[in-house]
Design a protein around this ligand. Structure first.
Ligand SMILES: Cc1cc2nc3c(=O)[nH]c(=O)nc-3n(C[C@H](O)[C@H](O)[C@H](O)COP(=O)(O)O)c2cc1C
Length: 207
């Protein structure tokens, strides 16, 4: 009896270690895939300037925002915030404010239905770098999820304006937030843009 129990115990242990090995192997394979798609995504993401009006699913927008929140930040101070705008009225209002900075009356958001506004707390000395990395994560995550995106500038000027400040106040956002950028999102309309050639002398090696 004692021997059978011991054998069963050994078998269970072996089985457990097999499962762990299998899990480890699966994890390794997945990680390799993740690595290769990450590299491809980083190099194939382009700024999209033509969108359909179709609204992407909320879960996808949430995932993209989540990727933004995992960007590195100086001393992990997590100085940025993201305002995810899917409300058409607010999207159009922000578009109008953005165009006004240029003295134009076109739609600087190129018809994209979603705008993720990144702002960062200027009291944190790395706020600009923190916010910019969030913008990068958002655009790359959007590409990985099959959406087009583009950094649209002038968030700084928009949220320095009285109306911009009022928007923040109405949303209950208090603090010294500076606009970093608007990441517009949506489904690409037409051909996906090609990368321009890379300049010479991007990288200086010291070996
Ligand atoms: C800081 C910053 C500001 C930008 N502002 C705008 C903008 O206001 N409007 C626009 O159409 N594209 C804007 N872009 C997108 C760039 O024009 C684009 O990244 C560049 O032409 C390279 O193209 P790619 O993103 O397809 O590689 C901005 C990009 C950055 C990084």
């Amino acid at each position: 009896m004692k021997r059978i129990t011991l054998l069963l115990f050994a078998a269970a242990l072996m089985c457990g270690s097999c499962q762990q090995k299998a899990a480890e192997t699966t994890e390794n394979v997945d990680q390799e895939n993740v690595k290769s798609t990450t590299m491809e995504d980083l190099m194939t993401r382009r700024s999209v300037r033509q969108y359909t009006a179709e609204m992407p699913p909320t879960e996808v927008i949430e995932e993209i925002c989540k990727a933004g929140t995992y960007a590195p930040t100086g001393m992990n101070r997590q100085s940025p915030i993201i305002i995810a705008v899917t409300n058409k009225e607010m999207r159009d209002r922000m578009s109008r404010l953005n165009a006004a900075v240029l003295g134009a009356d076109n739609d600087p958001f190129y018809g994209a239905p979603v705008v993720l506004v990144v702002l960062a707390d200027k009291n944190v000395h790395t706020y600009l770098e923190d916010g910019s990395l969030v913008m990068g994560n958002l655009m790359n995550a959007a590409h990985a999820k099959g959406l087009g995106s583009c950094w649209i500038h002038r968030a700084k000027e928009v949220f320095e304006s009285e109306e911009g400040k009022q928007i923040l106040a109405d949303l209950g956002i208090e603090g010294d937030y500076v606009g970093i950028g608007n990441c517009i999102l949506g489904y690409t309309d037409g051909d996906y843009p090609e990368a321009k050639p890379r300049k010479e002398n991007w990288v200086y090696w010291v070996k």
